[in-house]
Design a protein around this ligand. Structure first.
Ligand SMILES: [Zn+2]
Length: 87
């Protein structure tokens, strides 16, 4: 995956913040930078949508322990990185 600098942040930073972004745990300035990046970066926009819906579906299974959610998220992130490296 290309690590592009868009909206003042790199793809890798956006991906690192994505979990907190979906949780609305970021401060306003960081949220704005992530959103600006998503607007200008088709890769991250596409990934962000998939990521957001995956997190939402995990959350919908309300009896899923937090630890398992975090594990599933980090596994998915590493898969995405591997996929990006191949293309
Ligand atoms: Zn990006």
């Amino acid at each position: 995956m290309q690590d592009r600098l868009i909206g003042g942040v790199r793809c890798s930073e956006v991906l690192a913040h994505l979990s907190d972004y979906v949780d609305a745990d970021l401060d306003a300035a960081t949220t704005e930078r992530v959103e600006n990046h998503l607007l200008g970066c088709p890769n991250c926009e596409h990934f962000g949508k998939n990521f957001g819906s995956m997190v939402a579906s995990l959350r919908n299974e309300s009896n899923t322990p937090e630890a398992i959610q975090a594990d599933a998220i980090s596994r998915m992130l590493s898969q995405i990185y591997q996929l990006g490296a191949d293309s």
